[in-house]
Design a protein around this ligand. Structure first.
Ligand SMILES: Cc1ncc(C[n+]2csc(CCOP(=O)(O)OP(=O)(O)O)c2C)c(N)n1
Ligand SMILES: [Mg+2]
Length: 592
């Protein structure tokens, strides 16, 4: 039997589970694992500048490509605690990442040893498994179980904590005969699908709410097929955005309190039946449940049994992987269609499309300082359907969801539930590592950008070019807007007179200089007409220098973005689009 250190065995399992990349940074307690990675030579390591950054890179890496599992590695103590936000973000959005930490030697764990912290207990609620491996011979099994859990059921992260002496101990392990464990994915039965289709057929104005589970299951094609067969409009959730292309005839818009379209909310409110697939009825999607549920019948399909009924009791629930359910939905719908048993939906589909062509928000403003809506209009002009967007939270992200277009799954990569500021830059870098051939456009507010700005150096060092649109209002904009309810504007200003950069006109941080200092390229624009040329220039700079390029757009300081408390109570702060020229890049042209 081959003998090797437990750390070598851990790396061998990673390789056999398909891992080719890791994100992290070493420290004394994880050096044996780094030594094993070095001996193996098959794992490309990206050195983060902050351990939290490594965890978000891992998440971006997972999200970019089906089957990927991002791995982040850090030492004992603060490295593990730094990665907790990454574990939270990944678990909240059902994204598998594997977090590996070093630890003090087993015999010293209870002695308050240097940087010994009980990370497995701390990470427990954020992971599907969090384990300090105390016996060296358990290491291969711990990793095997980790991959089984990350891929089974509702995907999510795992943490494995390896004491120093456990990593170094020699064990018997045969990588050649190692076999990944089978993956558990429940599948709907025919009787369940028949019943749900009967309920859909009985409805007059049905919609499909398409969640991120469809993207996780790689089932976007099946979604389109099924929706077309039953001719039913689709409302993607924020996590499901891209599952159906924005220019699809049945795309009805997103619904919610913030990241939503006016026509999306109106269509949900007009519906009488909702088939939710791979979604979790997030509260910023539903708003108040009384309004959301009134007069509607609900069917909920989810891979995790305890998700059924968690937020509200649906009229019918099915435990199934979204892909397995959609495959059977399409199969049975095709049979019913051939037998002439599907009701016509053309009037309802047309009604939803009319809403799309009339209920639009205005994007075309010529104001200086620039209004944010104009930035997204120019982004729609500059970036095609091949673009992968990465964003986190803030007015910037909310407006992006209202105005940008997404045409493919995994092309809207967004920390949906946790929304940790700072996620955007490292996640975008992880996306670039996973798929260097697809153009990546990240979007940040100034505060999100400042949170993990140091990670730009990783992009410069490892030649990970992407375009970072930075919309600068010198404000914690979303919080400023929410403080209107408290009648205050308190601790939310990022503006100051920068003694080194009077040219930023009181907006505070000189992002261009910082980005350049970190080895990237950066441009700043202050007028609407400069935005598009700056994007084109940025593309050239990316091609020439192979580093991240930041395009900073100086915005007007105060713009309130549409949002509200209920689906029927979203407040509009600007004039709505009345003519085609008001929303010139809308996917469905505005009917004048
Ligand atoms: C770690 C963390 N702290 C606080 C928040 C709350 N929060 C959400 S958005 C926001 C302000 C974001 O400002 P910016 O990135 O400039 O975006 P803007 O809203 O101005 O577009 C804050 C503080 C958060 N999401 N994450
Ligand atoms: Mg801001």
């Amino acid at each position: 039997m081959p003998r090797m250190t437990a750390a070598d065995a851990a790396v061998a399992v990673l390789r056999r589970e398909g891992v080719t990349n890791a994100f992290g940074l070493p420290g004394a307690a994880i050096n044996p694992f780094y030594a094993a990675m070095r001996r193996d030579g098959g794992i490309t390591h990206t050195l983060a500048r902050h351990v939290e950054g490594a965890s978000h890179m891992a998440e971006g890496y997972t999200r970019a490509r089906s089957g990927n599992i991002g791995v982040c590695v850090g030492t004992s103590g603060p490295a593990g605690t730094d990665m907790l936000t990454g574990l939270y973000s990944a678990s909240a959005d059902s994204i598998p990442i594997l977090c590996i930490t070093g630890q003090a030697p087993v015999a010293r764990l209870h002695k308050e040893d240097f940087q010994a912290v009980d990370i497995a207990s701390i990470a427990g609620p954020l992971t599907k498994m969090a384990m300090t491996v105390l016996e060296p011979a358990q290491v291969p099994g711990a990793f095997q179980q980790a991959f089984h859990l990350m891929r089974s059921g509702r995907p999510g992260p795992v943490l494995i904590d390896l004491p120093f002496d456990v990593q170094l101990a020699e064990i018997d392990f045969d990588p050649d005969t190692y076999q990944p464990l089978p993956v558990y994915k429940p599948a709907a039965t025919r009787a369940q699908i028949e019943k749900a289709l009967d309920m859909l057929a009985a409805a007059k104005r049905p919609i499909i709410v398409a969640g991120g589970g469809i993207i996780n299951a790689d089932a976007s094609g099946l979604l389109a097929e099924f929706a077309e067969l039953v001719d039913t409009p689709v409302v993607p959730t924020l996590m499901g955005w891209g599952a159906l292309p924005d220019d699809h005839r049945l795309m009805a818009g997103m619904a919610g309190l913030q990241t939503a379209h006016r026509y999306g909310n109106a269509t949900v409110l007009a519906s009488d039946f909702v088939l939710g697939i791979g979604n979790r009825w997030a509260n910023r999607h539903t708003g108040g449940l009384e309004v959301y549920r009134a007069g509607r019948t609900f069917v909920h399909v989810d891979i995790e049994p305890t998700q059924i009924g968690r937020v509200f009791a649906p009229d019918y629930g099915i435990v199934s992987d979204a892909g397995a359910a959609l495959k059977l939905f399409a199969e049975v719908a095709r049979e019913r269609r051939s037998a002439g048993r599907l009701p016509s939906r053309s009037a309802w589909v047309e009604e939803c499309r009319q809403r799309r062509a009339t209920m639009q928000r205005r994007t075309h403003f010529d104001d200086v300082p620039i209004k944010p809506q104009r930035v997204y209009e120019e982004m729609n002009r500059a970036f095609g359907p091949e673009t992968r967007y990465v964003s986190t939270i803030g007015l910037s992200q909310i407006a992006a969801a209202q105005f940008l277009h997404v045409y493919r799954p995994r092309h809207w990569i967004n920390a949906g539930q946790a929304g940790p500021l700072g996620w955007t830059t490292p996640a975008a870098l992880g996306v670039c590592v996973a798929d260097p051939d697809t153009p990546v456009v990240a979007l940040s507010g100034d505060y999100d950008f400042q949170f993990m700005i140091e990670e730009l150096a990783v992009g410069a060092q490892f030649n990970l070019p992407y375009l970072h649109v930075l919309v600068n209002n010198a404000y914690l904009g979303l919080i400023r807007q929410s403080q209107r309810g408290f009648d205050m504007d308190y601790c939310v200003q990022l503006s100051f007179d920068n003694v080194n950069a009077p040219e930023v006109g009181g907006y505070g941080v000189d992002h261009v200089k910082v980005a350049e200092g970190l080895g990237c390229k950066a441009l700043r624009v202050t007028e609407p007409g400069e935005i598009l040329p700056a994007f084109e220039e940025a593309k050239k700079l990316m091609a020439e220098y192979r580093v991240p390029v930041v395009v900073e757009v100086i915005l007007e300081r105060v713009t309130n973005i549409s949002m509200g408390t209920e689906l029927d109570n979203v407040v509009e702060f600007e004039d709505l689009a009345a003519r085609r020229e008001d929303a010139p890049t809308a996917v469905v042209a505005m009917l004048d």
